[in-house]
Ligand binder design. Structure first.
Ligand code: PAF
Length: 290
């Protein structure tokens, strides 16, 4: 199916089968660099920034839209996940996307994927503690997508800080020939990190969810003045003061190993990560402390 659009890019093609995608994106026959943005759809400005950056840095831009069942440890979360292919397609073409790969579950998993990845402990902390199997499912789908699309570069947002660390680890571990490009978090005017899940928030919840980033930025200023455990306690307390919000975890970790840091004199980079429930919606965010 070809979607014609009257702008500079001329057209964008929708591909739904893995065999066609392999044919179209074959690195031997394609010209120039191919940039890839894997998504689960319900696109927002954060995704579009990844697509625009991919368009600046590559000759061909491919975006996948696939709600990956293997990374949902909670079936109701999978059922609730927002889906709107038509709206997504309308946003992608003007952002500079040339091909959309939107396969069915059967296309991606003709047989159940039983692979178990070893992430060297990166998955034992933060999200990994609360979402068992989540990162294994992410690695299953991303490795399959990389195998089908064979991109030169793949773009991921820093909002999913742990996901980025785990995918980079997987790429090194499997010797995949793809450059992982980390991209800054895109925020709503209120400071709330953009996420497909924000669509599930009520108007009131959305306003109050901004408190997460507001608190994290205040915490950045306190880092160095109070001890790490006290700062974690302070962040949790501040966020939980808001009746709409319920902290699941706050962790202050090394930006490479994701292990908790014990003091501000830590030799590596430090990042503060948060997972917070806002009603029935689980939100994550982070700030780089150093
Ligand atoms: O970040 C996401 O949207 C997903 O985890 C990804 C990388 C597209 C894999 O399904």
């Amino acid at each position: 199916m070809i979607i014609f659009a009257p702008d500079f890019y001329g057209y964008m093609e929708l591909i739904c089968t893995a065999s066609k995608a392999r044919l179209m994106f074959n690195p031997i026959s394609r010209k120039g660099l191919a940039g890839f943005v894997p998504t689960m759809g319900a696109l927002h400005e954060g995704h579009l920034e990844l697509v625009r950056r991919a368009a600046r840095e590559n000759d061909t831009v491919i975006v996948s839209i696939f709600v990956n069942p293997n990374q949902f440890n909670d079936k109701s979360d999978l059922d609730r996940y927002p889906r709107n292919l038509e709206a997504d397609l309308a946003l992608l073409e003007p952002a500079g996307c040339h091909y959309v790969f939107a396969p069915s579950v059967e296309e991606i998993y003709p047989e159940p994927d039983t692979r178990i990845f070893d992430f060297g402990g990166l998955d034992h902390v933060m999200e990994g503690k609360f979402r068992p199997g989540h990162f294994n499912g992410v690695a299953q789908v991303v490795s399959r997508l990389f195998d089908i699309v064979q991109p030169d570069k793949a773009y991921f947002g820093l909002k999913d800080f742990q996901q980025l660390a785990i995918i980079s680890h997987m790429v090194r571990m499997l010797h995949l020939d793809v450059e992982i490009v980390p991209c800054p978090i895109v925020r709503e005017a209120s400071g709330l990190a953009m996420s497909s899940r924000n669509e599930l928030l009520s108007a009131d919840e959305r306003v109050n969810a901004a408190k997460i980033y507001e608190t994290l930025t205040r915490a950045m200023k306190l880092a160095g003045q109070v001890a790490v455990p006290q700062l974690i306690e302070w962040i949790s307390g501040e966020i939980n003061k808001n009746p709409f919000l319920d902290v699941e975890y706050i962790d202050i970790v090394d930006d490479k190993t994701l292990k908790p840091v014990s003091g501000w004199n830590h030799s590596g980079g430090i990042v503060a990560c948060a997972a917070v429930w806002c009603g029935k919606v689980r939100l994550i965010d982070n700030v780089i402390i150093k």
